[in-house]
Design a protein around this ligand. Structure first.
Ligand code: ADP
Ligand code: SF4
Ligand code: MG
Length: 379
């Protein structure tokens, strides 16, 4: 299967709400074209939740913003974005405005992005409702108060008159969510919605998003660097690295049987209550780097399995199960993959020059106790 084959599961067999086909985003830099998104295809049905996971710099926000039509003016974009059959990529900003808020909405990591600091939150909400024609002068305030209550803001009538800086981070994010769902969109894209919040508030905000998603039968894309965030809410997960989807599967399958070494490493590096005190949590060595003219597997420089093939040939998303696809020449759970990893370890170095020693973290084995990640606490 080519990288442009849409990522789909049985759950996505219904008419797709969102279809992204072979989306590319390249950004001109002094050194050449930087590949921020390198041929991403995905499909989302009404009411479905897709988690997109990857470390910082893997292209998640660029993908989300490009789906919305919010791209840097210098970016070179290719591929298709279809919403309910409409070609969003060919639309002007003016036409896209008919979709933003009403059909597709976004929750940002920093709610200050969506909240005007000099506008009271009540006015922000009433203006949003009136601009989109979902309330008029007479009904807007009542509806705004209902929305504040819906996102569990205590004492909505008092908060209505507050400025964003007068609220805590968690409360601001709730207001950001209220704004995003005010016009009852069909698709909500939440880009790191809980990253700026402390753990307890993270859980509350995720629970709120889940509740709104199921009550309003919205499709949701939840984007995060933290696998723990998607465990409770996503039907399926797409793992991004170097601007591409490197593995996608139903959530439980991904945790139980990760096939890409990067996914495996991400799962192994999740904190767990099972971790023994003073026992270090394995980390994937290195960090994702922006790529110009990528050749081969972009994870190769960090992968304990890397072989010569990985440096010259780009693995495409494939796999015997259409619902579980991965882009790797030597996947987890294969004898050949295990053998090349053992050979690299014996040699003390990979084909990409990564030095290995006895303490080099191994990706978790596919059958390791990854169920904890599915049922475990959101970290
Ligand atoms: N406005 C921009 N101009 C130039 N490069 C950008 C811009 N935004 C993001 N990038 C680059 O694109 C890549 C992907 O970034 P991003 O989508 O923000 O990653 P993530 O959201 O996964 O952390 C990174 O290498 C980043 O440096
Ligand atoms: S084994 Fe090769 S193809 Fe697979 S992730 Fe490692 S470097 Fe990439
Ligand atoms: Mg981001």
């Amino acid at each position: 299967m080519s990288s442009s084959s849409p990522v789909r599961t049985e759950a996505a067999e219904a008419e797709p709400l969102l279809e992204v086909v072979d989306l590319t985003v390249q950004i001109p830099t002094a050194k050449g074209l930087l590949r921020a998104v390198g041929g991403v295809s995905l499909s989302l049905s009404p009411g479905e939740t897709l988690g997109i996971v990857g470390e910082s710099g893997s292209g998640k926000s660029m993908l989300a913003r490009t789906i919305m039509g919010l791209i840097p003016p210098t970016a070179e974009v290719g591929g298709e974005v279809r919403y309910a059959g409409a070609d969003l990529r060919s639309m002007s900003h003016r036409d896209l405005r008919n979709y933003w808020g009403k059909e597709i909405s976004m929750v940002f990591q920093d709610p200050m992005t969506s909240l005007n600091p000099v506008v009271r939150i009540g006015r922000n909400l009433t203006e949003t409702l009136r601009t989109h024609g979902v309330a008029d002068r007479r009904t807007a305030k009542g509806r705004a108060l209902e929305l504040l209550a819906e996102v569990r803001i205590p004492a909505p009538a008092t908060r209505f008159n507050a400025y964003p800086h007068e609220l805590s981070g968690g409360m601001r994010q709730r207001v950001g969510i209220a704004l995003a769902v005010a016009c009852r969109p069909q698709l909500l894209i939440a880009d790191e919605p809980t990253t700026a919040l402390d753990v307890t508030v993270q859980k509350q905000v995720l629970t709120l998003l889940d509740k709104l998603q199921s009550e309003h039968h919205m499709a949701m894309v939840i984007i995060t660097h933290d696998l723990g965030v998607v465990t409770g809410s996503a039907d399926r997960v797409a793992v991004m690295y170097g601007g591409r989807i490197v593995e996608t599967a139903p959530t439980a399958t991904l945790f139980a049987e990760p096939r890409h070494p990067y996914t495996s490493g991400l799962i192994a590096s999740m904190p767990s209550i099972d971790n023994k005190p003073h026992e270090p949590i394995p980390v994937i060595p290195g960090s994702p780097r922006p790529v110009i003219d990528p050749v081969g597997c972009t994870f190769a420089s960090r992968c304990v399995r890397a072989q010569a093939t990985c440096l010259t040939q780009t693995p495409e998303l494939t796999g015997p199960d259409p619902a579980h696809q991965f882009a790797c020449w030597f996947p987890m759970g294969t004898e050949e993959g295990d053998r090349v990893e053992a050979e690299n370890r014996a040699a003390g170095v990979t084909a990409a020059g990564l030095r290995l020693d006895a303490t080099s973290p191994s990706p978790a084995s596919p059958t390791q106790d990854n169920e904890r990640a599915v049922t475990g606490a959101v970290s």
